[in-house]
Write a new protein. Structure first.
Lengths: 196, 802
C-alpha cells in the first residue's frame, strides 16, 4: 500500500463560547477531502484524570458477524464487554501489544469483561470469521470523541488552551493531527483513506 | 562382308532383343523417376511436417510447462495461504519471540513441504527465517521481488545453489495485515514427469548468471542431463537440434524468468526419431507400394512391348525372306494398328517387288524389241547346250549374223523403222529356216545369233546358206522395200572352242571377217583370231618378215591402150617365208588387215615403191607405181604425213605414187575416208578406186570423192568376152567414169580380144596376165627391155557391138 505523504490542513474559526467551558467541534476529512467516519479525536486537558474510575464499562457487540461498533474509543482502565448477539459462536482475539487477549468460542456475553489499561490501539479479529475486524482505541483522557458518518465530532472541554489530537485507528502508521489550542471549530484533513 | 539377308537377320535380332527391352527400360525408368520424385517429395513433406509437429509440440510444451508451473505455484500458494491463516501460527507470529517465530515457520514449512520459509513485516523487511543464512534468504527474496513479473509469470521460479525453487508469498492477517510469509518449494520431479506424460517432452531447467553460461538446475528425483546434453548446454542450448544420447533430438529453449541476477529457462527436448517414427512406417508402406507398382508396371510394359515387338519381328522375318529373294510368301497382316498398317505396306511392297523382279528378269533375259532371248540368256543357253554336247559327244555350232548397212537404214529411215525392220528380220529368220532345236537370239544392235545343237560345221553351213537366202528376199515395210543381207560367222564346238564364251567370240570374229571380205559366210579359222596362238606366232613372223627383209615387192605393169606402151605398175607384195616358201597376199594380208599390221606393210610398200620409182626414173623410165591402201590406212590420220616424209626422203614428188583404194575400205567410215582422200589429193597423189562395181558405194558418195581413176573389177573384165551383161557393165562404167572426168583402168586382161574390146571402149589403161604377170621388182628392168607391143585385132562380132 502506498504510503501517503504527511500533510495537514487546518482551518480555524473563532467562535464565542462560555468562560468555563468550551466545545471543540472537529470536522475530519480523509486524504480525498471526504468526511471521515471513525476518526478518534482527543483533547488532553491539564489536570484531568488519565485513567477512568474503576468500574467504568464499555461494550462492543458482535452482530451479523461484525463488530459493532467497528471502532470503540475508551479511556484507559475501562473494561469492555463483548456480548455475542449472533447465533453462531465467535472467537474474538487481539494480538495487539496494547491488550493481547482471546475469548475462545463463546455465545452470549462472556462472564468477564476485558480490561484495557494501556493506551494504544487494539485490533480485534475473530478466529472463526476472518472478515470480522474491530478496533478499540484506548486513550488517556476523558475528553474524546469519534467522528460520525459526516466526519463531525464534538467535545466539551474546560476553557483554556489544550492539546488536540486527531487520528484514525486503521491508520497503520498512526499519523495524527496534534495541536495545542483553545477550543475552536476545527477542520482536520487526515492523510488517510479508509478501506472501502 | 555380310549379305543383306544376314544383315536383316541381324536387324531382326537387334529389334527382338533391344526394342523390347528398351521399351520396358524407358517406361520403368520413367516410373521409377516419378516414384522416386514423389517418394522424396513425400519424405521431404513428412520431415517438414515432423519438424513442424515438433516445433508446435515445443511451443505447446512450453505453454504447458508454464501452466504446470503456474498451477503448481497456485497450489503452493493456496497451501501457504491456509497455513498462514492458522491461528496458532498467527499467534506465534504476533506474540512470539524470534526463536518461537523461527520454529513456527519451520513447523509450517515442514507441514507444507517447503524447503525454506521466511516472515517479513508488512513493509517487506525480514523478521524471521528458517535458514540460518539470512543472506541467502534475503537474496532469494530480493530475487523474487526484483524478478520481472511479466517474465516470471505466476511461477515464482527461483534458482538457488544449483537447484530450482518455486517461491510463493502470502499475507499473514491478524486480522489486519501483520506481514507476509514466503515459502520456497523445491521443484518436484512430478513436473518433468507430468510434462513428459502430457507432451512427450523432456524438460531441464537452466539458469544463467549475467555473462555466464547456462547451468542445469537440479530437480530432486528427476534425471539430470546426460553428458551429451550437458555438452550441448555448455556450448549453446539455443539450437534447434542436436545428437543427444545417440538420438537426433530437437531442442527448445524457453525463457521462464529473470531476476536481478539470473535468467531461468527451460530446455525442452524431443526425440526427432521418435517423432518421425510414425511417418517412417508410412514411408515403408510407400516404398512397398512403389515396389509393387514397379513390379506390376514392369510386367504390364513387358507384355505390351512383346505385343508390339512380336509383329515387328514377324515383319523383320518377312523382310529377310524378301531379301533372300523369296517374293512368294505373303507378309502376314497384323491387326488394324500402326504395325498392321506397316505390314500391309510391306505386303504391297512385296507385290511390287515381285512384279518388278519379273519385269527385270524379262528385261535381263529377253530382248524387248523382238521378243527373242537376249545375249545373257543366249550365253546361258549355249553353256547348257555345250554341257549336253560334251556329254553326248555331239558337236554344237553357233552362227552369228550382222545385218549389213543397218546403220544407214537407221540414219535414213529413222530408228522406229530400224526397230520394226529388226522385228521383221527376226520373224524372217525364225520362219522355217532353222532346224528343230535351234535357238535364235538377238545380241543387240543388228546382231543375231543362232545356237545349233548337234550341228557340225557342215550342218551349220547349210543352215547359214538357207538363212542368207531367206534374208535376201526383199522385205517391204511401211512402203519401203529393203534389201537385207548379212555377214555370217560360224564357230563350232568342239572344233573351234571349248567354252561358250570362246565359241561366241569366235563366231563373232568369223562374222566380222565375213563382213570385211563381204563374203557372206565365214567359218572360223585360227588366222582370223589375232589373239589365237597361231595368230600370235603369225604376227611375230610378219614382224620378222619386215625386219629381216623377207617381203618382196612385185610389180605388175599397166599399159596405155592408146599407145600400147607400159604406162605404170601396180605394186604387190609377196612373202618369202623361210619355211613355207613364197606366200601370196591372200595368205597374210587379211590377217594383217585384221590385226592392223597392214599399216606396217603399207609403209614398207610405199618405201619400196618410192625407191623403185627412183631407180627406174634414173634409167629414164617414168612409170607411176600404184600402192594399195587398206581400210586401216585410210583411218590412220597420220597416213598423209608418213607418205610425205617417205617421198621427201626419196626425193620424189607425190605424183610419182598412185594410191588405190577399195570401195569397201571407204565404206566403213565414209566421212573419215573422205577427209583422208581429200588430204592426199591436195598433196598431189593420183587416187583410184579399186574393184569398182563390187562394192555398194552410192554414186552420190563417189561423186564427192576426189578421184582420178576407176579400176574396173577383174570379174567383169574377164567375163566380158562371154557374158554380154558384163560387157554392158564395163562399157557403162567406162562411160560413167569418163562422164565424171575419171580415167579407167581395166584389170584382169587375159586375152588379146579383151584388150581389143577395151581399146575399142576407149578404156585408158589395162593390166593383166595377157600383157604381163606380176614380177619381182628386180626382174622388172629386164622385162621392160625385152617387152614388145602385142598386136591385137577386134573381132567383128564385138566391133558390131561397139
Amino acid at each position: 500500500m502506498p504510503r501517503p505523504p504527511r500533510s495537514f490542513f487546518l482551518c480555524l474559526a473563532l467562535l464565542s463560547g462560555s468562560a468555563w467551558s468550551a466545545t471543540f467541534s472537529v470536522a475530519v476529512s480523509d486524504a480525498a477531502g471526504k468526511p471521515l467516519e471513525g476518526a478518534v479525536v482527543t483533547v488532553s486537558v491539564a489536570g484531568a484524570a488519565k485513567v477512568a474510575p474503576a468500574g467504568t464499562m464499555a461494550e462492543m457487540t458482535q452482530q451479523n458477524r461484525q463488530f459493532a461498533p467497528r471502532t470503540l474509543v475508551v479511556q484507559a482502565g475501562t473494561s469492555v464487554h463483548f456480548p455475542n448477539l449472533d447465533t453462531v459462536r465467535h472467537h474474538v482475539y487481539s494480538f495487539s501489544p496494547v491488550k493481547p487477549f482471546e475469548l475462545k468460542l463463546y455465545a452470549g456475553t462472556p462472564a468477564a469483561p476485558v480490561l484495557f489499561d494501556k493506551p494504544g490501539i487494539a485490533v480485534l479479529g475473530c478466529n472463526i470469521h476472518d472478515r470480522m475486524t474491530g478496533w478499540i482505541a484506548v486513550v488517556e483522557t476523558p475528553y474524546f470523541a469519534k467522528s460520525d458518518a459526516a466526519g463531525h465530532a464534538r467535545i466539551e472541554v474546560p476553557d483554556g488552551e489544550h492539546l488536540v489530537r486527531v487520528s484514525h485507528p486503521q491508520q497503520a502508521d498512526g499519523a495524527v493531527f496534534e495541536r495545542r489550542m483553545r477550543a475552536a471549530p476545527l477542520a482536520v484533513r487526515l492523510a488517510f483513506t479508509p478501506d472501502p | 562382308m555380310p549379305t543383306f539377308g544376314a544383315m536383316v537377320g541381324g536387324v531382326r535380332h537387334v529389334v527382338a532383343r533391344h526394342l523390347h527391352r528398351r521399351i520396358v527400360a524407358v517406361f520403368l525408368g520413367l516410373l521409377l523417376l516419378v516414384q522416386a520424385a514423389s517418394f522424396f517429395a513425400i519424405r521431404h513433406g513428412i520431415e517438414a511436417n515432423a519438424r513442424r509437429d515438433i516445433d508446435a509440440g515445443m511451443k505447446t510444451g512450453e505453454a504447458l510447462l508454464r501452466r504446470l508451473l503456474a498451477q503448481n505455484a497456485q497450489q503452493l500458494r493456496e497451501a501457504a495461504r491456509l497455513l498462514a491463516a492458522d491461528y496458532g501460527f498467527r499467534a506465534a507470529i504476533a506474540v512470539g519471540d524470534a526463536s518461537t517465530l523461527t520454529d513456527a515457520l519451520q513447523n509450517q514449512a515442514e507441514r507444507i513441504g517447503a524447503d525454506v520459509a521466511v516472515f517479513t513485516d508488512p513493509r517487506g523487511a525480514p523478521v524471521a527465517a528458517t535458514m540460518a543464512d539470512s543472506r541467502t534468504v534475503l537474496s532469494m527474496l530480493a530475487a523474487d521481488a526484483k524478478g520481472d513479473p511479466a517474465m516470471r509469470g505466476d511461477t515464482g521460479l527461483q534458482a538457488h545453489e544449483g537447484r530450482a525453487y518455486q517461491m510463493v508469498t502470502v499475507p499473514v492477517k491478524a486480522p489486519t495485515l501483520i506481514g507476509q510469509v514466503s515459502m520456497g518449494f523445491p521443484l518436484a520431479a512430478t513436473l518433468p514427469a507430468d510434462l513428459r506424460t502430457l507432451s512427450s517432452l523432456g524438460v531441464f531447467l537452466l539458469a544463467r548468471a549475467p555473462g555466464g553460461t547456462w547451468q542445469p538446475l537440479a530437480i530432486a528425483g528427476a534425471d539430470a542431463p546426460d553428458t551429451t546434453l550437458r555438452a550441448v548446454i555448455d556450448r549453446d542450448p539455443a539450437v534447434a537440434s542436436a545428437e543427444i544420447g545417440g538420438e537426433s533430438t530437437a531442442l527448445h529453449l524457453a525463457p521462464l524468468g529473470r531476476n536481478g541476477e539470473r535468467e531461468i529457462a527451460a530446455l525442452l527436448t524431443r526425440s526427432i526419431d521418435a517423432a518421425v517414427a510414425p511417418y517412417r512406417e508410412l514411408q515403408i508402406v510407400l516404398v512397398v507400394i512403389t515396389l509393387a507398382g514397379v513390379l506390376v508396371f514392369a510386367l504390364g510394359t513387358f507384355f505390351t512391348a512383346r505385343r508390339i515387338t512380336r509383329p515387328i519381328n514377324a515383319l523383320a522375318e518377312s523382310a529377310a525372306r524378301l531379301a533372300s529373294g523369296d517374293y512368294a510368301s505373303p507378309v502376314p497382316s497384323a491387326g488394324a494398328d500402326e504395325v498392321g498398317h506397316l505390314a500391309r505396306s510391306f505386303e504391297s511392297m512385296r507385290v511390287g517387288i515381285r512384279e518388278r523382279d519379273a519385269e527385270i528378269r524379262r528385261l535381263a533375259y529377253w530382248d524387248s524389241l523382238t521378243g527373242l532371248p537376249n545375249r545373257e540368256q543366249f550365253r546361258q543357253l549355249v553353256k547348257d547346250r555345250l554341257v549336253i554336247a560334251q556329254r553326248s559327244g555331239d558337236p554344237c555350232s553357233v552362227m552369228m549374223l550382222d545385218i549389213d548397212r543397218f546403220k544407214q537404214v537407221n540414219d535414213v529411215l529413222g530408228h522406229g523403222f530400224g526397230d520394226r525392220l529388226l522385228g521383221a528380220i527376226a520373224t524372217r529368220l525364225q520362219g522355217g529356216v532353222l532346224r528343230e532345236g535351234d535357238t535364235l537370239a538377238r545380241l543387240g544392235g543388228d546382231k543375231f545369233v543362232v545356237c545349233m545343237p548337234r550341228a557340225g560345221v557342215d550342218a551349220a553351213m547349210s543352215v547359214a546358206e538357207r538363212l542368207c537366202a531367206a534374208l535376201q528376199l526383199l522385205i517391204t515395210l511401211d512402203e519401203h522395200t529393203v534389201d537385207v543381207s548379212a555377214g555370217v560367222g560360224i564357230a563350232s564346238f568342239p572344233e573351234h572352242a571349248a567354252t561358250a564364251d570362246l565359241l561366241l567370240g569366235r563366231a563373232e570374229l568369223a562374222m566380222y571377217s565375213a563382213k570385211a571380205k563381204q563374203s557372206g559366210i565365214t567359218v572360223y579359222h585360227p588366222a582370223l583370231d589375232s589373239s589365237s596362238e597361231s595368230s600370235l606366232s603369225l604376227l611375230s613372223e610378219l614382224r620378222a618378215a619386215i625386219d629381216e627383209g623377207q617381203l618382196r615387192l612385185f610389180l605388175q605393169p599397166k599399159f596405155s591402150l592408146a599407145s600400147g606402151d607400159a604406162s605404170g605398175a601396180e605394186a604387190l607384195v609377196r612373202w618369202q617365208h623361210p619355211r613355207r616358201g613364197l606366200l601370196g597376199p591372200g595368205e597374210f594380208i587379211p590377217f594383217a588387215e585384221q590385226t592392223g599390221f597392214i599399216r606396217e606393210i603399207t609403209g614398207w610398200m610405199v618405201e619400196k615403191s618410192a625407191a623403185k620409182y627412183a631407180l627406174l626414173r634414173d634409167r629414164g623410165l617414168d612409170l607411176k607405181i600404184a600402192v594399195n591402201l587398206s581400210t586401216r590406212d585410210l583411218m590412220d590420220l597420220r597416213l598423209a604425213d608418213k607418205l610425205e616424209r617417205t617421198l621427201a626422203r626419196a626425193g620424189l614428188e607425190p605424183s610419182a605414187l598412185g594410191l588405190e583404194i577399195t570401195e569397201s575400205a571407204m565404206m566403213d567410215d565414209p566421212e573419215r575416208a573422205l577427209a583422208t582422200l581429200q588430204r592426199l589429193d591436195a598433196m598431189g597423189h593420183t587416187l583410184s578406186v579399186d574393184d569398182f562395181g563390187t562394192g555398194y558405194s552410192s554414186l552420190a558418195y563417189l561423186k564427192r570423192l576426189p578421184l582420178h581413176q576407176l579400176k574396173i573389177d577383174r570379174s567383169f573384165v574377164m567375163g566380158m568376152e562371154t557374158d554380154r551383161a558384163d560387157l554392158k557393165i564395163v562399157r557403162s562404167t567406162i562411160d560413167l567414169a569418163h562422164n565424171l572426168g575419171y580415167s579407167v583402168v581395166a584389170e584382169g586382161v587375159e586375152t588379146a580380144q579383151t584388150l581389143a574390146i577395151l581399146r575399142a571402149l576407149k578404156c585408158e589403161e589395162a593390166q593383166g596376165f595377157f600383157m604381163a604377170k606380176p614380177m619381182f621388182e628386180d626382174a622388172f628392168g629386164a622385162w621392160f627391155d625385152q617387152w614388145s607391143k602385142p598386136q591385137t585385132r577386134l573381132r567383128t562380132e564385138f566391133a558390131e557391138l561397139m
